[in-house]
Design a protein around this ligand. Structure first.
Ligand code: ZN
Ligand code: ZN
Length: 366
Protein backbone atom coordinates (compact mmCIF):
# COMPACT_ATOMS: atom_id res chain seq x y z
CA UNK A 1 0.00 0.00 0.00
CA UNK A 2 1.39 3.42 -0.88
CA UNK A 3 1.08 6.34 1.51
CA UNK A 4 -1.70 7.74 -0.63
CA UNK A 5 -3.59 4.47 -0.52
CA UNK A 6 -3.27 4.43 3.24
CA UNK A 7 -4.45 8.00 3.45
CA UNK A 8 -7.56 7.27 1.45
CA UNK A 9 -8.12 3.78 2.79
CA UNK A 10 -11.77 2.90 2.99
CA UNK A 11 -13.09 2.72 6.48
CA UNK A 12 -15.28 -0.21 7.31
CA UNK A 13 -17.58 1.05 10.03
CA UNK A 14 -21.25 1.44 10.76
CA UNK A 15 -23.44 4.41 11.52
CA UNK A 16 -26.98 5.29 12.54
CA UNK A 17 -29.32 6.06 9.68
CA UNK A 18 -33.06 6.24 9.13
CA UNK A 19 -34.31 3.91 6.44
CA UNK A 20 -37.70 3.73 4.83
CA UNK A 21 -39.14 0.21 4.72
CA UNK A 22 -42.59 1.04 3.38
CA UNK A 23 -45.69 3.06 4.08
CA UNK A 24 -45.16 4.99 7.35
CA UNK A 25 -42.43 2.53 8.29
CA UNK A 26 -39.14 4.26 9.09
CA UNK A 27 -36.50 2.59 11.24
CA UNK A 28 -33.38 4.13 12.70
CA UNK A 29 -30.72 1.45 12.65
CA UNK A 30 -27.05 0.64 12.18
CA UNK A 31 -26.02 0.53 8.52
CA UNK A 32 -22.60 0.41 6.85
CA UNK A 33 -20.94 3.81 6.65
CA UNK A 34 -20.80 5.17 3.11
CA UNK A 35 -17.28 4.86 1.72
CA UNK A 36 -15.38 7.69 0.10
CA UNK A 37 -14.25 7.29 -3.50
CA UNK A 38 -12.00 9.63 -5.47
CA UNK A 39 -13.60 13.06 -5.84
CA UNK A 40 -16.08 12.40 -3.06
CA UNK A 41 -16.48 14.00 0.34
CA UNK A 42 -18.05 12.44 3.41
CA UNK A 43 -19.98 14.68 5.78
CA UNK A 44 -20.82 14.22 9.39
CA UNK A 45 -24.41 15.48 9.24
CA UNK A 46 -24.89 18.26 11.79
CA UNK A 47 -28.48 19.15 10.93
CA UNK A 48 -31.10 17.80 8.54
CA UNK A 49 -34.52 19.35 7.97
CA UNK A 50 -37.87 17.71 7.41
CA UNK A 51 -39.62 18.71 4.22
CA UNK A 52 -42.99 18.15 2.58
CA UNK A 53 -41.35 15.90 0.01
CA UNK A 54 -40.02 13.59 2.74
CA UNK A 55 -43.48 13.45 4.28
CA UNK A 56 -44.96 12.45 0.93
CA UNK A 57 -42.36 9.69 0.63
CA UNK A 58 -43.11 8.59 4.19
CA UNK A 59 -46.87 8.46 3.63
CA UNK A 60 -46.64 6.66 0.31
CA UNK A 61 -43.82 4.36 1.34
CA UNK A 62 -41.84 4.98 -1.83
CA UNK A 63 -40.36 7.60 -4.10
CA UNK A 64 -40.14 7.42 -7.87
CA UNK A 65 -36.36 7.53 -7.66
CA UNK A 66 -35.96 5.02 -4.86
CA UNK A 67 -35.57 1.73 -6.63
CA UNK A 68 -35.15 -0.64 -3.70
CA UNK A 69 -36.38 -0.64 -0.12
CA UNK A 70 -35.17 -0.07 2.51
CA UNK A 71 -33.94 3.31 1.42
CA UNK A 72 -32.09 6.11 3.17
CA UNK A 73 -33.79 9.46 2.65
CA UNK A 74 -33.77 13.12 3.69
CA UNK A 75 -32.35 15.75 1.34
CA UNK A 76 -31.91 19.03 3.26
CA UNK A 77 -28.74 18.98 5.30
CA UNK A 78 -25.56 20.68 6.41
CA UNK A 79 -22.52 19.20 8.08
CA UNK A 80 -18.85 19.01 8.72
CA UNK A 81 -16.40 17.37 6.34
CA UNK A 82 -15.23 14.17 7.98
CA UNK A 83 -13.30 12.60 5.11
CA UNK A 84 -12.04 13.74 1.71
CA UNK A 85 -11.50 11.31 -1.15
CA UNK A 86 -8.48 11.33 -3.43
CA UNK A 87 -8.66 13.85 -6.28
CA UNK A 88 -10.92 12.63 -9.04
CA UNK A 89 -9.27 11.20 -12.15
CA UNK A 90 -10.79 14.09 -14.08
CA UNK A 91 -8.68 16.54 -12.04
CA UNK A 92 -5.17 15.12 -12.48
CA UNK A 93 -2.52 16.54 -10.22
CA UNK A 94 -5.02 18.72 -8.40
CA UNK A 95 -6.26 18.20 -4.90
CA UNK A 96 -9.74 18.87 -3.64
CA UNK A 97 -10.07 22.29 -2.00
CA UNK A 98 -12.04 20.64 0.76
CA UNK A 99 -10.48 19.94 4.13
CA UNK A 100 -11.56 17.81 7.04
CA UNK A 101 -13.44 19.91 9.59
CA UNK A 102 -14.87 22.45 7.15
CA UNK A 103 -18.50 23.42 7.70
CA UNK A 104 -20.42 22.92 4.47
CA UNK A 105 -23.84 22.75 2.89
CA UNK A 106 -24.69 20.99 -0.36
CA UNK A 107 -27.67 20.91 -2.67
CA UNK A 108 -29.37 17.55 -3.11
CA UNK A 109 -28.51 17.26 -6.79
CA UNK A 110 -26.14 18.33 -9.54
CA UNK A 111 -26.67 18.60 -13.31
CA UNK A 112 -24.37 16.88 -15.82
CA UNK A 113 -23.42 19.96 -17.88
CA UNK A 114 -23.33 17.90 -21.06
CA UNK A 115 -26.86 16.92 -22.08
CA UNK A 116 -29.36 18.60 -24.44
CA UNK A 117 -30.94 20.70 -21.65
CA UNK A 118 -27.73 21.55 -19.80
CA UNK A 119 -26.32 22.90 -23.06
CA UNK A 120 -29.33 25.22 -23.14
CA UNK A 121 -28.81 26.32 -19.54
CA UNK A 122 -31.89 24.40 -18.36
CA UNK A 123 -30.06 22.64 -15.54
CA UNK A 124 -33.19 21.63 -13.61
CA UNK A 125 -34.26 19.63 -16.68
CA UNK A 126 -30.89 17.86 -16.94
CA UNK A 127 -31.42 14.45 -18.48
CA UNK A 128 -28.94 12.97 -16.02
CA UNK A 129 -29.69 14.98 -12.88
CA UNK A 130 -27.87 13.24 -10.04
CA UNK A 131 -29.77 13.22 -6.74
CA UNK A 132 -28.43 12.76 -3.20
CA UNK A 133 -30.51 11.23 -0.46
CA UNK A 134 -29.70 10.02 3.02
CA UNK A 135 -29.57 13.16 5.17
CA UNK A 136 -31.28 11.41 8.09
CA UNK A 137 -28.05 9.71 9.08
CA UNK A 138 -24.82 10.32 10.94
CA UNK A 139 -22.81 10.43 7.71
CA UNK A 140 -23.51 11.15 4.08
CA UNK A 141 -21.11 10.75 1.17
CA UNK A 142 -21.49 13.30 -1.58
CA UNK A 143 -20.87 12.11 -5.14
CA UNK A 144 -18.04 13.74 -7.05
CA UNK A 145 -20.36 15.76 -9.26
CA UNK A 146 -22.22 17.28 -6.30
CA UNK A 147 -18.87 18.08 -4.64
CA UNK A 148 -17.72 19.81 -7.80
CA UNK A 149 -20.91 21.76 -8.53
CA UNK A 150 -23.04 22.20 -5.44
CA UNK A 151 -20.95 22.02 -2.26
CA UNK A 152 -20.47 25.36 -0.48
CA UNK A 153 -18.69 26.48 2.71
CA UNK A 154 -21.00 27.83 5.42
CA UNK A 155 -20.18 31.35 6.64
CA UNK A 156 -19.07 31.29 10.29
CA UNK A 157 -22.07 33.21 11.61
CA UNK A 158 -24.63 30.74 10.25
CA UNK A 159 -25.76 27.67 12.16
CA UNK A 160 -26.00 24.29 10.43
CA UNK A 161 -29.79 24.28 10.52
CA UNK A 162 -29.96 27.75 8.96
CA UNK A 163 -27.58 26.65 6.21
CA UNK A 164 -29.68 23.54 5.55
CA UNK A 165 -32.48 25.84 4.34
CA UNK A 166 -30.42 26.45 1.18
CA UNK A 167 -32.11 23.66 -0.77
CA UNK A 168 -35.78 24.71 -0.48
CA UNK A 169 -34.84 28.39 -0.76
CA UNK A 170 -32.84 27.70 -3.95
CA UNK A 171 -36.00 26.27 -5.54
CA UNK A 172 -37.93 29.40 -4.51
CA UNK A 173 -35.20 31.74 -5.83
CA UNK A 174 -35.56 30.01 -9.16
CA UNK A 175 -39.35 30.37 -8.99
CA UNK A 176 -38.86 34.11 -8.41
CA UNK A 177 -36.67 34.38 -11.51
CA UNK A 178 -39.33 32.63 -13.57
CA UNK A 179 -42.17 34.76 -12.18
CA UNK A 180 -40.37 38.07 -12.83
CA UNK A 181 -41.83 39.87 -9.80
CA UNK A 182 -41.35 43.65 -10.15
CA UNK A 183 -41.34 46.40 -7.51
CA UNK A 184 -44.92 47.59 -7.06
CA UNK A 185 -46.48 44.30 -8.21
CA UNK A 186 -49.24 42.75 -6.19
CA UNK A 187 -48.50 39.04 -5.86
CA UNK A 188 -50.90 36.42 -4.51
CA UNK A 189 -49.09 33.47 -2.93
CA UNK A 190 -51.39 30.50 -2.42
CA UNK A 191 -50.30 28.09 0.28
CA UNK A 192 -48.51 28.89 3.54
CA UNK A 193 -46.24 25.88 3.83
CA UNK A 194 -42.47 26.35 3.83
CA UNK A 195 -42.40 27.09 0.09
CA UNK A 196 -45.27 29.58 0.12
CA UNK A 197 -43.81 31.34 3.16
CA UNK A 198 -40.39 31.64 1.48
CA UNK A 199 -42.05 33.05 -1.64
CA UNK A 200 -43.87 35.65 0.46
CA UNK A 201 -40.57 36.78 1.92
CA UNK A 202 -38.76 36.97 -1.43
CA UNK A 203 -41.70 38.83 -3.00
CA UNK A 204 -41.48 41.43 -0.22
CA UNK A 205 -37.74 41.72 -0.79
CA UNK A 206 -38.49 42.30 -4.47
CA UNK A 207 -40.68 45.27 -3.52
CA UNK A 208 -44.06 43.63 -4.11
CA UNK A 209 -47.28 43.80 -2.13
CA UNK A 210 -48.14 40.28 -0.98
CA UNK A 211 -51.53 38.62 -0.57
CA UNK A 212 -51.11 35.42 1.44
CA UNK A 213 -53.71 32.69 1.03
CA UNK A 214 -53.58 29.88 3.59
CA UNK A 215 -55.83 27.52 5.46
CA UNK A 216 -54.55 27.70 9.01
CA UNK A 217 -54.45 30.81 11.22
CA UNK A 218 -51.06 29.84 12.73
CA UNK A 219 -49.51 29.70 9.26
CA UNK A 220 -51.04 33.04 8.30
CA UNK A 221 -49.41 34.49 11.42
CA UNK A 222 -46.04 33.34 10.06
CA UNK A 223 -47.04 34.76 6.68
CA UNK A 224 -47.43 38.11 8.41
CA UNK A 225 -43.92 37.73 9.88
CA UNK A 226 -42.62 37.01 6.39
CA UNK A 227 -44.09 40.35 5.33
CA UNK A 228 -47.45 39.48 3.78
CA UNK A 229 -49.69 42.56 3.53
CA UNK A 230 -53.07 40.87 3.16
CA UNK A 231 -53.96 37.57 4.87
CA UNK A 232 -56.83 35.49 3.50
CA UNK A 233 -58.05 32.19 4.94
CA UNK A 234 -59.12 29.98 2.07
CA UNK A 235 -61.70 28.05 4.10
CA UNK A 236 -63.30 31.21 5.49
CA UNK A 237 -63.82 33.24 2.33
CA UNK A 238 -67.04 32.57 0.43
CA UNK A 239 -65.16 32.86 -2.84
CA UNK A 240 -61.39 32.94 -2.47
CA UNK A 241 -60.86 33.94 -6.12
CA UNK A 242 -63.11 36.96 -5.66
CA UNK A 243 -61.46 37.88 -2.35
CA UNK A 244 -57.99 37.84 -3.88
CA UNK A 245 -59.08 39.87 -6.92
CA UNK A 246 -60.87 42.41 -4.73
CA UNK A 247 -57.60 43.04 -2.90
CA UNK A 248 -55.48 43.73 -5.96
CA UNK A 249 -55.30 46.46 -8.59
CA UNK A 250 -58.75 47.91 -7.91
CA UNK A 251 -60.47 44.54 -8.22
CA UNK A 252 -58.67 43.51 -11.40
CA UNK A 253 -56.60 40.82 -9.68
CA UNK A 254 -52.90 40.39 -8.85
CA UNK A 255 -50.09 40.97 -11.33
CA UNK A 256 -48.55 37.65 -10.39
CA UNK A 257 -49.98 34.53 -8.76
CA UNK A 258 -47.78 31.78 -7.30
CA UNK A 259 -49.44 28.46 -6.51
CA UNK A 260 -47.58 26.55 -3.77
CA UNK A 261 -50.11 23.84 -2.91
CA UNK A 262 -49.90 21.38 -5.78
CA UNK A 263 -53.55 20.42 -6.28
CA UNK A 264 -55.30 20.66 -9.68
CA UNK A 265 -58.32 22.49 -8.20
CA UNK A 266 -56.01 25.08 -6.62
CA UNK A 267 -54.18 25.49 -9.95
CA UNK A 268 -57.53 26.28 -11.55
CA UNK A 269 -58.29 28.90 -8.92
CA UNK A 270 -54.79 30.40 -9.26
CA UNK A 271 -55.31 30.85 -12.98
CA UNK A 272 -58.68 32.54 -12.37
CA UNK A 273 -57.19 35.03 -9.91
CA UNK A 274 -54.69 36.84 -12.10
CA UNK A 275 -55.39 40.18 -13.81
CA UNK A 276 -55.15 40.50 -17.58
CA UNK A 277 -51.56 39.85 -18.62
CA UNK A 278 -50.77 38.14 -15.29
CA UNK A 279 -48.01 35.61 -14.83
CA UNK A 280 -49.25 32.52 -13.00
CA UNK A 281 -46.51 30.32 -11.60
CA UNK A 282 -47.82 26.82 -10.95
CA UNK A 283 -45.02 25.98 -8.56
CA UNK A 284 -46.75 23.26 -6.51
CA UNK A 285 -46.26 19.86 -8.14
CA UNK A 286 -49.51 17.90 -8.51
CA UNK A 287 -49.85 14.12 -8.22
CA UNK A 288 -49.13 12.16 -11.38
CA UNK A 289 -51.92 11.67 -13.94
CA UNK A 290 -53.98 14.63 -12.74
CA UNK A 291 -55.39 17.34 -14.98
CA UNK A 292 -56.68 20.88 -14.52
CA UNK A 293 -59.28 22.68 -16.63
CA UNK A 294 -58.33 25.81 -18.55
CA UNK A 295 -60.58 28.71 -19.48
CA UNK A 296 -59.33 28.92 -23.05
CA UNK A 297 -61.14 32.17 -23.76
CA UNK A 298 -59.52 33.86 -20.78
CA UNK A 299 -56.07 32.42 -21.45
CA UNK A 300 -56.12 33.92 -24.95
CA UNK A 301 -58.02 37.19 -24.59
CA UNK A 302 -56.62 38.09 -21.17
CA UNK A 303 -53.11 37.23 -22.34
CA UNK A 304 -52.14 35.10 -19.37
CA UNK A 305 -48.71 33.53 -18.99
CA UNK A 306 -48.69 30.13 -17.28
CA UNK A 307 -45.35 28.96 -15.96
CA UNK A 308 -44.07 25.95 -14.06
CA UNK A 309 -40.86 25.92 -12.02
CA UNK A 310 -39.22 22.77 -10.74
CA UNK A 311 -36.08 22.38 -8.64
CA UNK A 312 -32.98 24.58 -8.45
CA UNK A 313 -29.77 25.26 -10.37
CA UNK A 314 -26.18 25.75 -9.15
CA UNK A 315 -26.70 29.50 -9.54
CA UNK A 316 -29.85 29.68 -7.39
CA UNK A 317 -28.20 27.44 -4.76
CA UNK A 318 -25.49 30.11 -4.38
CA UNK A 319 -28.03 32.93 -4.32
CA UNK A 320 -30.01 31.12 -1.62
CA UNK A 321 -26.96 30.77 0.64
CA UNK A 322 -26.21 34.45 0.08
CA UNK A 323 -29.76 35.48 1.08
CA UNK A 324 -29.60 33.40 4.27
CA UNK A 325 -26.11 34.61 5.05
CA UNK A 326 -27.18 38.26 4.72
CA UNK A 327 -30.09 37.63 7.10
CA UNK A 328 -32.61 38.57 4.41
CA UNK A 329 -34.72 35.47 4.95
CA UNK A 330 -35.62 34.65 8.57
CA UNK A 331 -35.16 30.92 8.15
CA UNK A 332 -35.15 30.26 11.89
CA UNK A 333 -38.80 31.30 12.03
CA UNK A 334 -39.62 28.27 9.88
CA UNK A 335 -37.61 25.75 11.90
CA UNK A 336 -40.05 25.29 14.73
CA UNK A 337 -38.90 22.10 16.45
CA UNK A 338 -35.75 20.13 17.05
CA UNK A 339 -35.35 16.40 17.56
CA UNK A 340 -32.70 13.68 17.55
CA UNK A 341 -32.23 11.20 14.72
CA UNK A 342 -33.62 8.45 16.98
CA UNK A 343 -36.80 10.48 17.35
CA UNK A 344 -37.32 10.84 13.58
CA UNK A 345 -39.96 8.08 13.19
CA UNK A 346 -42.10 9.74 15.86
CA UNK A 347 -41.56 13.17 14.33
CA UNK A 348 -42.68 11.99 10.88
CA UNK A 349 -45.72 10.31 12.39
CA UNK A 350 -46.65 13.47 14.28
CA UNK A 351 -46.22 15.64 11.16
CA UNK A 352 -48.81 13.51 9.35
CA UNK A 353 -51.04 13.65 12.44
CA UNK A 354 -51.56 17.22 13.50
CA UNK A 355 -48.05 18.46 14.35
CA UNK A 356 -48.13 21.84 12.60
CA UNK A 357 -44.38 22.66 12.66
CA UNK A 358 -43.30 24.12 9.31
CA UNK A 359 -39.94 22.35 9.61
CA UNK A 360 -38.24 20.17 12.20
CA UNK A 361 -34.45 20.08 12.50
CA UNK A 362 -33.08 16.58 13.04
CA UNK A 363 -29.80 16.31 14.93
CA UNK A 364 -27.83 13.06 14.61
CA UNK A 365 -25.69 13.92 17.61
CA UNK A 366 -25.91 16.63 20.21
ZN1 ZN B 1 -37.12 19.71 0.44
ZN1 ZN C 1 -27.54 17.56 -18.08
Amino acid sequence: MTDLDAQYALIDASMLAARLYGKEDVRVEQVPQPQVQPGEVRLRIRAALTCGTDLKVYRRGYHARMITLPFVFGHEFAGEIESVGAPAASAPGGSLPWKVGMRVVAANSAPCDACFYCERGMYAQCEDLLFVNGAYAEYLTLPERVVRKNLLPIPDHLSYEEAAMVEPLACVVRGMEDTQVQPGDTVAVIGAGQIGLLFMRLCKLAGARVIAVGRRPDRLEIAREMGADVLLRSGQEADIVESVRRNANGGRGPDKVIECVGLPEVWERAIQMGRKGAVINLFGGCPKDTFARLDTHRLHYDELTLKGTFHHTPSTVRQALHLISEGLVPVRTLIQQRASLQELPGVLKSLTNGNTAVKVAIYPRE
